[in-house]
Design a protein around this ligand. Structure first.
Ligand SMILES: Cc1ncc(COP(=O)(O)O)c(C=O)c1O
Length: 426
């Protein structure tokens, strides 16, 4: 065991980890392009973009230069009573990329806080207007982060059971599964018609942590229309789906009916710096204006709009305008599509699905899709052995690689998946 791993075990507490049973962590010492290198010199393809964030690959020189330039200009600055060019540039560019009525950008530093802020904005919006609306609607299976508000609107279960007594009440609709849509919409309609609903939060088109579960924009448009008709404010949580993952810049771009809030993080900074954004309309913003300070959103973080994070996000947006990212996204879409045909040859592979650059499928285990499915550990070990960092979600295996991945490296991932599945045919 290296001294780093030994010290890690003494001093570090990792996320989502049962340290009593966990294997020793892999010591990664370098990352470049789509590859990660461990202390022993072995390399791994980053098939899930390092927790779905690293869209342009690791160590991108253009982003590195933007970081350093910003460090030399302003490293960090209080963001109350002060502004700086990169925050303003980023806000303006995000406003241009999102639906027309979304005009204001609030900065935070991760996906959970971007959601937390949208929820707080909704609660205070109704409070400031003197209207009592205190219920939220969410979807079963959703994941919106690990802060208390974000957990409250997420799927309740083993991940957050100890905290449940502290959550606020939320009504859940079922996941649309290609047969229950009309019933879900009828249920949502009668809930909304109580006039008690402040807001609704949804992962648009793809539920990430639930296992890359996908559903249609037509369903979402119908649900959003019901919400709008009944004055329920809509949050589309684009933390996972944003920045090209679904094949367009945002999943919202596939929808006719636009939300009142979009939350963003992950691909926003291409996984290089921590940053979250909550984007909303002037109508919401205006409800916080007035002579009384208490009407304002009294919320902020030390690292709000950190200049280096903002500069990196702007550089990442520049890269999205370049051929490499545009072609890379198109390549991944096509290769994912072609790979589906190969997956169909395995009769225990089910629910093969794709949304843009994300491809997912399930391995029939007879246990349903549970996060603790044995297949997860077996598959993870198989892929690590083959030099591929691919973290299944329960019995769901998915590829959401950096957009710069080459055909050869993509094939190394799919060959390894085929080898794993072929064991099941033995
Ligand atoms: C849809 C969605 N919302 C929010 C979050 C939370 O983001 P973070 O991990 O940056 O707090 C995630 C993280 O996976 C997510 O997928």
């Amino acid at each position: 065991m290296s001294s780093i791993v030994e010290k890690d075990k003494r001093f570090v507490w990792h996320p989502f980890t049962q340290h009593f049973t966990a294997d020793d962590p892999i010591e990664i010492v370098r990352a470049e392009g789509v590859r990660l290198y461990d202390a022993e010199g072995k390399d791994y393809i980053d098939a899930n973009s390092s927790w779905w964030v690293n869209v342009h690959g690791h160590g991108n020189e253009y982003i590195g230069k933007a970081m350093l330039d910003q460090f030399n200009a302003i490293d960090h600055i209080v963001f109350a009573g002060v502004t700086h060019p990169k925050a303003v540039e980023l806000a303006e560019r995000i406003v241009k990329l999102t639906p027309k009525h979304l005009q204001k950008v609030f900065f935070s530093d991760n996906g959970s806080t971007s959601v937390e802020i949208a929820l707080k904005m909704i609660v205070q919006y109704w409070h400031n207007r003197g209207e009592k609306k205190d219920r939220f609607l969410a979807m079963h299976g959703s994941y919106h982060g690990d802060t208390f508000g974000a957990m409250s609107v997420g799927q309740r279960g083993y991940f957050n059971a100890p905290f449940e007594p502290f959550f606020f009440d939320v009504d859940y609709i079922d996941f649309p599964n290609g047969g229950n849509e009309e019933a879900i919409l009828a249920g949502a309609k009668s809930l909304f018609e109580t006039n008690e609903f402040a807001g609704m939060i949804i992962e648009p088109l793809v539920q990430g942590a639930a296992g890359m579960r996908m559903y249609s924009s037509q369903f979402l448009d119908k649900l959003a229309t019901l919400a709008k008709d009944n004055g329920v404010l809509i949050i589309y949580d684009e933390v996972m789906t944003g920045f090209g993952r679904t094949g367009k810049m945002f999943a919202t771009d596939y929808c006719e009916v636009k939300p009142d809030f979009m939350t963003m993080s992950k691909g926003l900074t291409a996984g290089v710096m921590a940053l979250g954004l909550t984007v909303t309309s002037d109508e919401i913003y205006n409800a916080f204006l007035g002579k009384e300070t208490t009407k304002a959103l009294l919320h902020g973080h030390s690292f709000t709009a950190n200049p280096i994070s903002c500069a990196v996000a702007c550089a990442s947006l520049d890269l999205f305008e370049q051929e490499t990212a545009i072609q890379g996204m198109a390549n991944l879409e096509k290769w994912n599509y072609d790979f589906q045909l190969e997956l169909k040859k395995f009769d225990f592979v089910t629910n093969i699905r794709q949304q843009g650059t994300i491809l997912a499928f399930e391995i029939e285990t007879g246990e349903g899709n549970t996060y603790f499915s044995d297949i997860k550990a077996e598959a993870y070990a198989h892929f690590m052995d083959a030099g591929i960092l691919l973290r299944p979600l329960g019995n769901v295996i998915f590829i959401n690689a950096p957009f710069v991945i080459s055909k050869e490296d993509y094939k190394l991932i799919t060959d390894s998946i085929i080898r794993f599945l072929s064991k099941g045919n033995d």
